[in-house]
Design a protein around this ligand. Structure first.
Ligand code: NAD
Length: 282
């Protein structure tokens, strides 16, 4: 054993998060004394701007690290003393580790999607990927796609400024790859040409039912990845599977994110497959 780990999560609406169970179960398998607590801003009646104070309080309280989620990821990136290179490029931090020299910020969301792709869709063609949705999750998936060598990435969002902003940020970091934006009205044409499609809007969630595009438009050989993981079987996932496409549901990214966080916090090698199995049984 490497001692006792106290870890937390700060964000809004996280009381029902499956992350604590995922971390604690795998840590127990690894023989670690590990406790994971949630700090829901809404429940605590604290504004997002309190994340600085909450990070300081947690450090004083003996926490080893804190995961950060919506709406504090950008703010956290500005608060840490040291930023991991990828987190700096993304401008978002979802993991703060308390090091001897101060707070170190990481982003494991993009790692989660990278590992999800590599493990769940190992033969996926990244020749021409269309991504719908360019918010927080979309920044992580776009970064992972480009880091994995996507040749052409076409970004689309109902809010064109969001797609433009993400595209220009990504072009800076991946100048040799084609990062394009396409108007929301042209989405159907893009979907029909894509070798793979990433869905990164909230559509398909329990409170946001529906589809961001019609799966019947997909090229026969296209793969599909959804970031939505509640439910795991979104309408997009179900209809894409029915059509015979290789599909990655949002659970893989969620597990990948937790696995990477646990690895960085403890310096151990969590078993992704075992975490995946446990997550799907929750
Ligand atoms: P967000 O609000 O930051 O971004 C969503 C984006 O989608 C916005 O830019 C919005 O304009 C765009 N959008 C909405 N409807 C659209 C439509 N019909 N067509 C095109 N674009 C549209 O939200 P987020 O934090 O990125 O979360 C999105 C989803 O991803 C949520 O369901 C969230 O739970 C999920 N998520 C999953 C993981 C994971 O690990 N699997 C991680 C983070 C978020």
């Amino acid at each position: 054993s490497t001692g006792r780990y106290l870890v937390g999560l700060i964000g809004e609406g996280i009381t029902a998060s499956l992350t604590p169970a995922m971390h604690e179960a795998e840590a127990a398998e690894l023989g670690l004394d590990y406790e994971y607590r949630t700090f829901d801003l809404i429940e605590l009646g604290r504004p997002a701007g309190d994340v600085a104070a909450m990070l300081a309080e947690a450090r004083a309280g003996g926490f080893a690290a804190m995961n950060i989620t919506h709406p504090c990821k950008q703010l956290a990136a500005e608060l840490v003393d040291e930023l991991d290179t990828d987190a700096a490029r993304l401008g978002a931090v979802n993991l703060v580790v308390y090091g001897e020299a101060g707070l170190v910020g990481y982003n494991t969301d993009w790692m989660g999607f990278r590992d999800a792709l590599a493990n769940g869709l190992p033969t996926a063609s990244l020749e021409h990927v269309v991504q719908v949705g360019c918010g927080g999750a979309g920044a992580a998936t776009a970064y992972a796609l480009l880091a994995q060598g996507a040749e052409r990435l076409e970004l689309s969002d109902v809010d064109p400024a969001r797609a433009e902003e993400l595209a220009s940020r990504m072009r800076t970091h991946f100048p040799r790859q084609a990062v394009e934006t396409s108007p929301h009205d042209d989405l159907a044409a893009g979907i029909a040409r894509a070798s793979g499609v990433v869905h990164a809007t909230p559509l398909g969630m329990l409170h946001h039912p529906g589809l961001a595009f019609d799966p019947d438009l997909l090229r026969e050989d296209a793969w599909v990845a959804d970031v939505v993981y509640r439910p795991l079987e979104t309408e997009l996932v179900r209809r894409s599977l029915e059509r015979g496409h290789p599909v990655l549901d949002g659970g893989r990214m969620a597990v990948g994110q937790a696995c990477a966080s646990l690895r960085i916090i403890t310096g151990t090698s969590p078993d992704r497959g075992r975490m995946e199995h446990h997550f799907r049984a929750l």
